[in-house]
Design a protein around this ligand. Structure first.
Ligand SMILES: Nc1ncnc2c1ncn2[C@@H]1O[C@H](COP(=O)(O)OP(=O)(O)OP(=O)(O)O)[C@@H](O)[C@H]1O
Length: 596
């Protein structure tokens, strides 16, 4: 019931369909009760007194009732279908909206396959129940009430005797629901584990094949598949026990009726027509009871699925706008970024960065160097409000970014990450992703700056070439250049290059950096790189080690002092330095010789 209550906002908006569908079903059910009465009339008032002149009128009445009932059933199906689909539609959209607002912290743990199954199979179960299951349960209750009243009017003592097995039926049905609900919950979870395995396998197919781990993957899949199968078998076993008990109880009712009713007819206390009508009416009660299992099944599936969808909808959003959040735009912001005593830990971990102070005036270039895991990307994530800083503060033009509208802040930052994600769309659309209105000239200009134009033009359809999921068919460097073009076109105040040129060769890196110079002009830029060549022109280089700033300054100052920066420089330029030393030694020797 709690699930129904929590989902109310979705189906209540469609209540006109709900009521129309229920009203039509109620009328159809009420009309159904007319059949046994017509049967009684046929036997007691037409056949027994041999008044066959009444048969045509009776036949027309039957046809009319059947036709009208058919129309009502159509109305029920029509509106029920609309209701279910509309509710599923708005739930699907609400879930998708929620997925967009959930913060990175949620996605750190979320499983794609599990989310997919919530948005598909679970929503389908909800659609089924809201559209039809709910009305069917109501119908069942109505049938029992209408049928019971009708039977009581015919012979109340016979009614009570006949319905003696009803408590057994109800008890069995309730026990069934108690057992089948956990089974369904497990089944949904097992299904989601299965989809997660398939999704991860397809996404990571290159890794799987490169490590020749196909058989391991097959085993992993079959373990999960077996778990799903076990759940299904378990549920079938519960069903298998339930049906015979229900059938037995239902048929005992019929037997009691045949015996008791038969005796009453023989004794002349019940007319034959009444007895026949009674026998039809009893199925009005037993039939729905029989279906109780099916309806409970439907309901429990709905409940299990509803819980999973609601869990997603109620998920806490870690990063959200405060009240009266300040909206920033390209025009209102200059791009002065400051990190003030920032310390941050990921959930349940020791601090990833500690006491960070960085002052990046508008238009400056800040370089970041450090071993993997030293906290460089974390600083950028914090700046983009992927996570909220709890200790210390980050300010943009003097405003704490926690007071800014998150989307407007992110619009001012264009990131190029080490890993490039391309959508399965044309290259043009991929480059234009971050902006709403953009011309072809702007797209090409950005591509030229990112040194992507030439290779794009070599592709069969140029800018209209569709790049598949994860940008299949393009090399790592090409993908990265498209990502750079995508960042450039955003015309951001702040540019983040997180190992942005790691996938291109030195020569292309040099060319792209020439493009960056134009791009960086007037923008605050954070460059994370492992190559000194990418950092040497920065206004300030920050060297991080285990989340702490261990060195800072300009390139010339940093290579002049002992420390990790000079060590990295020496390693990267070892060959160059060696050649330079040999060359200068040779020159000195030559000079010496000539003086001699
Ligand atoms: N989403 C996350 N959840 C939990 N811990 C994380 C997460 N991202 C990073 N960390 C941890 O935070 C620390 C800093 O990681 P970060 O990614 O900032 O390092 P980095 O310097 O950018 O490394 P790299 O050069 O390899 O990209 C590491 O110990 C890492 O394990």
């Amino acid at each position: 019931m709690d699930v129904l209550r929590q989902l109310k906002q979705f189906y209540w908006a469609e209540r006109k369909f709900l009521f129309a569908s229920i009203a039509a079903l109620m009328c159809a059910t009420a009309l159904g009760i007319v059949y046994p009465n017509l049967l009684r009339y046929l036997i007691d008032d037409v056949i027994t007194p041999r008044r066959f002149d009444l048969v045509p009128a009776l036949a027309f009445t039957v046809v009319g009732v059947v036709a009208f009932k058919g129309c009502l059933q159509f109305v029920h199906g029509f509106f029920g279908g609309r209701l279910g689909n509309r509710v599923a539609f708005s739930l699907r959209n609400a879930s998708y909206d929620k997925l967009q607002t959930l913060s990175f912290q949620y996605y750190d743990k979320a499983k794609t396959g599990d989310l997919m199954s919530r948005l598909t199979a679970d929503l389908e179960a909800i659609r089924n129940f809201i559209g039809f299951g709910f009305a069917q349960i109501l119908n069942m209750v109505l049938m029992v009430i209408f049928g019971g009243i009708m039977m009581m009017t015919i012979h109340w003592q016979l009614t009570l005797i006949t319905l003696v097995t009803i408590p057994v039926l109800i008890f069995t049905a309730l026990r069934f629901e108690k057992n089948i609900h956990p089974a369904f919950r497990e089944m949904r979870q097992a299904m989601s584990n299965l989809t997660t395995a398939v999704q991860e396998n397809i996404t990571g197919v290159r890794t799987v094949k490169s490590f020749a781990r196909e058989s391991h993957e097959v085993t992993k899949f079959s373990t999960r598949s077996e778990a799903y199968q076990k759940n299904q078998v378990g549920a079938s076993a519960i069903w298998a026990k339930f049906f015979p008990v229900m059938e037995l109880s239902a048929n005992i009712s019929a037997v009691i009726l045949l015996v008791a009713g038969g005796i009453l007819v023989i004794n002349g206390e019940l007319k034959l027509g009444e007895f026949v009508a009674f026998f039809s009416l009893i199925w009005y009660i037993i039939g729905p009871m029989w279906g109780l299992g099916f309806h409970i099944n439907n309901y429990t599936q709905f409940k299990a699925s509803g819980e999973r969808v609601l869990e997603l909808l109620n998920e806490h959003i870690h990063v959200k706008n405060i009240e009266n959040a300040v909206e920033v735009t390209n025009e209102t912001i200059k791009g002065h970024v400051r990190f003030e005593n920032v310390t941050f830990s990921y959930p349940d971990k020791s601090p990833a960065v500690t006491n960070i102070n960085i002052d990046a005036p508008a238009g400056s270039v800040i370089g970041m160097l450090g071993a993997t895991g030293s906290g460089k990307s974390t600083l950028i994530q914090l700046l983009m409000r992927a996570y909220t800083v709890k200790q210390g503060a980050i300010t943009l033009d003097g405003i704490d970014i926690r007071n800014l509208d998150v989307a407007s802040l992110r619009r001012q930052i264009a990131p190029v990450f080490q890993e490039t994600f391309l959508f399965s769309a044309s290259i043009r659309d991929n480059i234009a992703y971050g902006v709403k209105e953009v011309t072809n000239e702007q797209i090409e200009h950005a591509a030229k700056l990112a040194k992507a134009h030439d290779f794009i033009m070599e592709l069969p359809l140029g800018y209209d070439t569709i790049v598949g999921e994860r940008g299949m068919g393009l090399s790592g460097g090409q993908k990265q250049r498209i990502a750079i073009a995508r960042a450039l076109i955003k015309n951001p105040r702040i540019l983040v290059l997180d190992d942005a040129t790691s996938a291109v060769d030195m020569e292309t890196e040099h060319e792209i950096q020439a493009g960056f110079k134009e791009l960086m002009a007037g923008r605050t830029t954070f460059v994370i790189a492992h190559r000194i060549s990418s950092l040497r022109h920065a206004d300030e280089i920050i060297v991080l080690d285990k989340g702490v700033i261990v060195q800072r300054g300009k390139h010339a100052d940093l290579i002049a002092e002992n420390g990790p920066y000079r060590d990295t420089y020496n390693i990267q330029y070892a060959d160059f330095l060696q050649t330079e030393n040999v060359a200068s030694a040779l020159t000195t020797q030559g000079q010496k010789r000539s003086t001699v």
